[in-house]
Design a protein around this ligand. Sequence first.
Ligand code: HEM
Length: 288
Amino acid sequence: MPSVFHRPFSRPVRFETPDTSSESGKPILSYDLLCLHNFQRKDPDEDISLDNLDLIQSFTHYDDERWFVIIHVAIEAAAGPAVNACPVAQQAVIDDEPELLQETLDTIARSIIDVTDIMEQMTEGNDTSVFANEYRPYYDGFDEIYFEGVDELEGTPQTLRGGSGAQSSILPSIDATLGIKHDATEMTEKLGDMRSYMPPLHRSTIETLDSGPDIVEYVTEQDRDDLWETYNRCVSNLEEFRDVHFGQVIQYIREETGDTEGTGGTDYMSYLRKMEEETRESRVSENL
Ligand code: HEM
């Protein structure tokens, strides 16, 4: 059954009902629609790589937009080994298999480096001004939208977040597996809400990983230098990813718009920095 938005458009626009637009069920362009379901391989017989990726749909004709999206797609592919290794690492802790844990942590550490290498290429094909002024506005969310004709919402205005890498399951999965904790802040609250924009399987995978074993305790209990060194390599590589990401937030948002606050007044600069610091502090000490 079609429904109608009556803000912020000047005239009513018809949209699909909330449960048909994306896997998450949110009637907005979420990350899965923008990136995970919006790419094709130029050569179907070749692997996913920046050279072999193209978009299916874009808002503009700018190649910068294509580059921005395919960077995310290539990152998701490069993170595959890490995300696949997460449940294996937790099972290794449960089964008391330090050798297997060592191998899977090594896989996670290497995979994060590949992810960061791709992230660093963002600036090669995505001009900061084109990003800020030409196509990013199309990814924005909406505040206070009324869905007429959707009885379940009982006329309550809805806020919908725009598509963002913060809706990717990569970092929450790795944080959960490595036991990296973030203090509750406005940002973590927002990121918690971002999970409702993920495909259900991604969401439930993160929830399962969140309730997994305490890997830090296990690593510190083992009398194995290689284990804590590899664990710390994972943490350092993740910190490095967050650092590179933070640099891009400065370049693409703060330097372009002068803005340090996201939608809803969240001071994302200091909160992102805090998450990076919390990552660094998760390193285990060799003297434990
Ligand atoms: C031009 C490049 C990018 C910019 C300007 C950018 C901007 C932001 C901003 C402002 C936030 C804070 C949350 C919010 O307000 O929505 C954020 C969070 C986040 N972004 Fe990005 N982002 C970029 C690229 C990426 C890429 C390629 C990924 C990879 C998947 C990514 C993953 C994340 C994650 C996981 C968070 C949550 C914070 C964390 O876990 O550290 N971002 N980003």
